[in-house]
Write a protein that binds this ligand. Structure first.
Ligand code: FAD
Length: 334
């Protein structure tokens, strides 16, 4: 009796998108938003609907004003309270729950960083819903793709929960534009929940090189380097010749050749640079899990049967103690 819509599927989709609303948790350090939370905003944009951002800590209003320019955000909620400075999940989680309830959000997105991984499962537990972790693709508003078994299988997760609490893999989505948006800025709810955990201190590894997680080039060393002295002599020099970040295998970290913060892999960092160059790394699946999405993979290994050659675009069979200094010298003289 009424005229049928010519594109019923599309109009249904449009209606659905109007009902979608995501709260994106904006992680920042010294006023700078980190890549993984901006990737979470991009993921939310791909899903559609309205997107609000949330920031908390001391002096966050100026950061909120800056975040208002991020393309795709309609509103920034900020909670001014130094209790949130250190990102302790014990007081962040109840604060987030209050803001999610007040805003009636259908989705909550955060980067799959140490902070996001620590925080969102607690939020999910408090709201009695299931957490969806480390997604690499948005299939629809309730269906997401994520790697499992160290990236050896891909799982499609469909969630019927509301809200959907989701962490987003930073290397799977671009950062999005930091300019072009004009979100409104509003104060969020602060329940001032007591925090049973006390922040004591932090030890940050400082480096002049690019940050491992977001670098466009990474040079990694493994157990084949034999000692910390050789690792320190060969790998940073090659990294500097390429303007690259330094990475390491777990065997290199466990042997004390490199700092824990440099570990790439299943239990380390996920990287997806334009170039991943590694020397003395065999290519165990747990290592591949952290770097196999790199655009170009190059390796140096003296064993032609090492599994790393199966994923490498460019491979050099040779002794790294000869080939790495040679390569560094040739790159340096260019
Ligand atoms: P090896 O496997 O010992 O390889 C050394 C390589 O160096 C060999 O291929 C050898 O041919 C080559 N080599 C030796 N000398 C030379 C030379 N002179 N010139 C050239 N090549 C040479 N590993 C990770 O890296 N990241 C992780 O996050 C991670 N998480 C894990 C989680 C779990 C639950 C488990 C069980 C394991 C995990 N591992 C991880 C460990 C992983 O299984 C491997 O043990 C590790 O990656 C091996 O490191 P490697 O390649 O440096 O050492």
């Amino acid at each position: 009796h009424t005229q049928a819509s010519p594109l019923p599927h599309l109009s249904r989709k449009a209606t659905l998108q109007r009902l979608l609303s995501t709260l994106a948790i904006l992680e920042q350090r010294e006023g700078k938003l980190n890549h993984s939370s901006l990737a979470a905003v991009t993921a939310a944009q791909r899903m559609g609907g309205t997107i609000h951002g949330l920031l908390a800590g001391s002096n966050v209003k100026p950061v909120a004003d800056e975040a208002a320019k991020v393309d795709g955000l309609e509103k920034i909620l900020y909670v001014e309270n130094s209790d949130y400075d250190k990102g302790l999940p014990e007081n962040w989680a109840p604060m987030l729950v209050e803001n999610v309830k007040k805003g009636g959000y259908t989705h909550v997105f955060a980067g799959h960083s140490a902070f996001g991984k620590n925080l969102l499962p607690r939020v999910a537990a408090l709201m009695d819903v299931q957490q969806v972790s480390d997604i690499t693709r948005i299939d629809s508003e309730d269906t997401f793709t994520r790697p499992i078994y160290a990236g050896n299988a891909v799982l499609t997760v469909q969630s019927s929960d509301t809200p959907k609490i989701v962490t987003v893999r930073g290397t799977a989505f671009p950062s999005g534009a930091a300019e072009g948006g004009s979100a409104s800025v509003e104060e969020g709810v602060d329940p001032k929940a007591p925090c049973p955990t006390e922040w004591v201190s932090e030890n940050l590894a400082k480096s002049d090189r690019p940050e491992l997680g977001t670098a466009t080039r990474v040079v990694s060393g493994g157990r084949g380097l034999k000692s910390k002295e050789e690792f320190d002599r060969l790998i940073p020099a090659l990294a500097d010749a390429l303007g690259a970040a330094v990475g390491a295998s777990r065997a290199a970290v466990d042997s004390g050749f490199a700092d824990n913060s440099l570990q790439v892999g299943q239990t380390g960092k996920n990287v997806a640079p334009q170039l991943y160059l590694c020397a003395g790394i065999s290519g165990a699946i747990q290592h591949l899990a952290g770097m196999k999405d790199s655009k170009v993979i190059a390796c140096i290994n003296k064993d032609a049967d090492a599994p790393i050659f199966q994923v490498a675009d460019v491979g050099l069979v040779g002794d790294l103690f000869e080939t790495v200094p040679e390569l560094t010298e040739k790159l340096g003289s260019q």
